[in-house]
Design a protein around this ligand. Structure first.
Ligand code: ADP
Ligand code: ADP
Length: 229
């Protein structure tokens, strides 16, 4: 039932003594589409980094797909990450690889048998509307197309959970809407989707549950969405 459960979670960065998450409790159910909004520094990236075990909470408990994160210790950490697709600003496309190879690259690390790659990669590129650009290099793609390849890469292994941090960050309104439509389509197939964003117009156009963070605390949880900062 539950994909993400935070129970009284805090995260204090030792170096700066910053309390990035402060006694945060929330639940995201399997199959939900959720926006995470809040000013810069509110704790959105910290929330995602905890789910990926890139940061360890200094207090509280986190469960992902019913398992406490402590279950994914050591060599099990990659097993956790294999189940989570990510669209982050820092995972750029490899510029010497075609769109096809960039997406296929994600399958190499997940243990999907090679004979399944072509079908899977083509299907993922079809989902983002780029089936005809399989052989194209990133430099020959627009920013919007590049972001859609990054989405294809994130979904090609069919992850139960997709985390997107500012997925429309550099995009114009038309491309931003296209990215949102693709994320919604992925969600309709059963993937739980969490989108951290500053894009007020998108949050108000494509309505979904919206969690608002302020100084590491959950200050709003709106079932029907809306941007209230
Ligand atoms: P958001 O994604 O909403 O902009 P972040 O989670 O990145 O917020 O940041 C929350 C707070 O934690 C901010 O005050 C930020 O400066 C601080 N912070 C984030 N990452 C680190 C880090 N690696 N070391 C120290 N402080 C950090
Ligand atoms: P397998 O190795 O066959 O994937 P697991 O025990 O890892 O088996 O997972 C069992 C089920 O739980 C699978 O449906 C998997 O997708 C789901 N699952 C496991 N870990 C996670 C996770 N971190 N996030 C989301 N779903 C997960």
């Amino acid at each position: 039932r539950r994909m993400i459960e935070f129970s009284r979670v805090s995260l204090k960065y030792a170096a700066t003594q910053t309390l990035a998450l402060d006694d945060l409790s929330l639940t995201i159910r399997k199959g939900e589409f959720v926006y995470l909004v809040g000013h810069s520094g509110a704790g959105k990236s910290s929330f995602m980094n905890i789910i990926l075990k890139r940061a360890l909470p200094t207090g509280g408990e986190v469960r992902v797909a019913g398992q406490p994160l402590s279950h994914y210790r050591g060599r099990r950490t990659p097993q956790l990450r294999r189940h989570i697709g990510t669209i982050f600003q820092d995972n750029l496309l490899l510029d010497h690889l075609s769109a096809y190879d960039n997406v296929a690259f994600a399958l190499r690390v997940t243990g999907v048998p090679g004979r399944e790659w072509p079908g899977r990669v083509t299907a993922a590129l079809r989902t983002v509307g780029l089936e005809h650009k399989q052989r194209t290099l990133p430099v020959q793609l627009s920013l919007g197309e590049q972001q859609r390849v990054a989405i294809a890469r994130a979904i090609v292994s069919d992850p139960p959970l997709l985390l997107a941090d500012e997925p429309t960050g550099n995009l114009d309104p038309d491309n931003s809407r296209e990215v949102l439509r693709v994320l919604q389509q992925v969600n309709l197939r059963g993937t739980t989707v969490v989108v951290a964003t500053h894009a007020r117009d998108l949050v108000e156009t494509f309505r979904h549950r919206t969690l608002t963070l302020r100084r590491g605390r959950l200050v709003r949880d709106d079932a029907l969405g809306g941007y209230a900062l």
